[in-house]
Write a protein that binds this ligand. Structure first.
Ligand code: ATP
Length: 444
């Protein structure tokens, strides 16, 4: 993880928030390559959900919601983690994350000092809206995006004439006052989620739940993720949320071990039932195709962390490889093997030399490719070093313009994964890239 964190900083994927003031714990900034990667991951998910499903539509709800929302959802009462402090070294721990023997002996896992009793700690960030700091003005930063979907479900049925089963997808920020934030961007206080809530008729929920499990698995396969690094984890009775009938996590084998990447949950009619109770509004669905039958839909949720997906994709793509392309048998190159659809830069254009018109020719090629691809241009330093820089940024294709290009109009196309180089006529470059991206198969 240290290597990935350091590469992420060095190459401008992710920086610590407010670094010049000594960092803000639990918050991170996405640099030029990081925001491109994050946008592409979000784009892939959004396409999967909305473009490829006729019955799923998008939403972008506000972060600030009526405080009653969080009473209805159960977050005010239940969204807590068990917390213990060490009286000696002042470290703070989630009680469910330290060894049982330390907890029962009240012994700090770091310094063996005495631990406090376990107490409940609500993870919601609370603030005040308006000038008066009284209880009437309390507002929460949303701890999940899902509730914005539930409170809009009737609006969307009416405005978009949706019929059950249908889904609503949303990507957005969520905030949790996490007790322990470590492992880089894995668990942070400010993060982004990609959630899709699927409204189904009670009785069909188990079939739909299994269908969504299948679809989410296939999605990661399509992204080109190492499938032996993914597994299912079913929530046992002590893990299952109070509203859930069944819940599975997709876990990824991160450098620190298997951890949750995404949850697929059968949330029953709990959420809509509670919002109906707390708002006094009828949240039932009226099935006009079926004698106006009324029922409160069940909800199948697929809830993924976008920023956690960024970490997963970085870990999954990271590779170090022994290469001898520069004559040294022990030379190691660092390469990010992103799928070309996710890579922050798709193609880098490099003139072999700055002089003799090669730079101009390379810039013209870049201009032509720019309309369709995320490009980079680099003319600084030896060509081998420039390739390595692009490998580290995860750029799948490099185009090199050399003296032969001036003579016969061909350029070198270099592939990141195999380091293979072929010559391609300049005029066929865009088409060749399109083919390579479409037919991309990860080789390592
Ligand atoms: P955990 O048990 O890890 O705290 P959770 O089960 O509370 O997570 P959910 O509420 O199901 O998580 O949230 C859905 C997804 O949102 C998670 O699978 C994860 O990818 C992401 N997520 C949740 N909390 C955080 C966080 N603090 N930082 C980054 N991503 C998060």
């Amino acid at each position: 993880m240290e290597k990935i964190t350091s590469l992420a900083k060095r190459r401008g994927f992710v920086f610590q928030s407010s670094e010049i003031y000594g960092d803000q714990n639990g918050a991170w900034d996405y640099g030029p390559l990081g925001i491109e990667l994050k946008n592409r991951i979000a784009g892939a998910w959004w396409k999967e959900m909305t473009q490829l499903h006729d019955n799923i539509v998008g939403l972008d709800a506000a972060i600030l919601m009526h405080p009653r929302t969080w009473e209805a959802s159960g977050h005010v009462e239940n969204f807590t983690d068990p917390l213990v402090d060490c009286k000696k070294c002042k470290s703070r721990f989630r009680a469910d994350m330290i060894p049982e023997e330390n907890l029962s002996a009240k012994k700090c896992p770091d310094c063996a000092g005495e631990l406090t009793d376990t107490r409940k700690f609500n993870l919601m960030f609370k603030s005040n809206i308006g000038p008066a700091e009284d209880t009437a003005s309390i507002i929460y930063l949303r701890p999940e995006t899902a509730q914005g979907i539930y409170v809009n479900y009737k609006n969307i049925i009416q405005s978009n004439r949706m019929k059950i089963p249908f889904g609503i997808a949303q990507i957005g920020k969520a905030f949790r006052n996490e007790i322990v934030t470590k492992n880089f961007i894995f668990r942070t206080c400010e993060f982004e989620q990609m959630e899709m809530q699927y409204f189904v008729k009670p009785g069909t929920d188990e079939i739909e739940f299994n269908e969504w499990k299948k679809q989410r698995w296939a999605y990661y396969e399509k992204l080109g993720v190492k499938m032996d690094h993914l597994r299912w984890h079913q929530h046992g009775p002590d893990e299952l949320a109070h509203y859930a009938k069944d819940a599975y996590d997709i876990q990824y084998l991160f450098p620190m071990g298997w951890r949750e990447l995404e949850g697929v949950h059968n949330r029953t009619d709990y959420d809509l039932g509670r919002h109906s109770e707390y708002s006094g509004k009828d949240m039932q669905y009226i099935d006009q195709d079926n004698n106006n039958e009324r029922y409160t839909p069940y909800i199948i949720e697929t809830s993924a962390g976008l920023t956690r997906n960024v970490l997963m994709i970085l870990c999954d793509a990271y590779d170090e490889e022994k290469v001898a392309d520069k004559g040294d048998a022990d030379d190691i190159r660092t390469v990010l093997r992103f799928h070309p659809n996710l890579a922050p830069i798709t193609v880098a254009v490099l003139p072999l030399m700055k002089k003799d018109g090669l730079a101009e020719m390379a810039q013209d090629i870049r201009k032509e490719l720019q309309e369709d691809y995320a490009t980079d241009y680099d003319q600084a330093g030896a060509i081998g070093r420039r390739y390595r820089r692009q490998d580290e940024a995860g750029t799948p294709f490099c185009v090199t313009v050399d003296y032969q290009s001036k003579e016969d109009g061909t350029v070198t196309l270099r592939f990141r994964d195999s380091m293979e180089q072929i010559r391609v006529p300049k005029a066929e470059l865009a088409m060749k890239l399109r083919q390579e991206i479409k037919g991309y198969k990860r080789i390592k």
